[in-house]
Design a protein around this ligand. Structure first.
Ligand code: SF4
Length: 233
């Protein structure tokens, strides 16, 4: 990786000062929702046939009450052959509008975190435990997580990642079926239930934007995740 770029991204996650100019803007644009939905459908082609078929199933899903309030489903984006699956909590307002996970400021910070790990956003696959936005960004309900889990499991079965990076307490606790505080999960490697797939945990970028002092801890998590991955390959 270009050292200057890496320095900039390390600065973004709180190591020193950083500059935004090298980051690619992924802000949602004020595009007509219908147009965005159609654009999103066409992007499913990039997922390959099986993931695309699953994305269409998700798009038609009404198995929890979130289908009533969503603008559109947020299936996930990225490289369907990636070793890395990044899993967050649920779409927020920007994601619900754009149909893509981790856009807006949290998305930019996630991109910076990935870049610090030597990864580009398009090299990984990014998804959430819920595919539809909870109203007013409330926490997911247990019945919603249970209803949606089958989709993430199928995504994992099709993508076959080597490692999952869970972003935030809600994603980590729901993925791992644990109620351990995130502070105690960090720095440990877990297995995704009923699989041999390692899961490592760090803070959610949206939390880091609210609590910038915690950014420094993310560098430890990034090194831990990178080392955990290197042991696998
Ligand atoms: S959150 Fe998941 S289970 Fe609920 S409606 Fe959306 S896709 Fe279906």
């Amino acid at each position: 990786m270009n050292g200057t770029y890496q320095q900039q991204y390390l600065e973004e996650i709180g190591i020193t000062v950083w500059s935004e100019r090298e980051l690619v803007s992924i802000e949602a644009t004020p595009t007509d929702i219908k147009h965005v939905s159609e654009e999103n459908k066409s992007s499913y082609k990039e997922l390959g046939q099986e993931l695309s078929h699953l994305a269409n199933q998700v798009e038609a899903c009404d198995q929890c009450e979130l289908h009533k309030s969503r603008t559109q489903t947020v299936f996930g984006v990225g490289n369907r052959n990636s070793d890395w699956l990044i899993v967050g909590e649920a779409p927020g307002a920007d994601e619900d509008f754009k149909g893509e996970p981790f856009v807006g400021r949290a998305g930019k910070l996630l991109n910076a975190m990935l870049f610090s790990m030597g990864l580009q956003r398009q090299e990984v696959f990014i998804a959430n435990i819920l595919k539809c936005r909870p109203p007013k960004n409330r926490d997911p309900k247990i019945n919603e997580v249970e209803a949606c889990e089958k989709y993430l499991r199928q995504q994992i079965a099709l993508i076959k990642p080597k490692i999952i990076l869970a972003l935030g307490r809600i994603a980590a606790q729901n993925l791992l079926k644990l109620d351990t505080p995130i502070g105690k999960m960090r720095g440990n490697s877990y297995l995704y239930p009923d699989t041999n797939l390692p899961v490592v945990v760090t803070y959610h970028p949206a939390y880091l934007l609210r609590s910038p002092r915690e950014k420094r801890k993310v560098w430890q998590d990034i090194k831990f995740a990178r080392d955990a991955y290197r042991e696998l390959v």
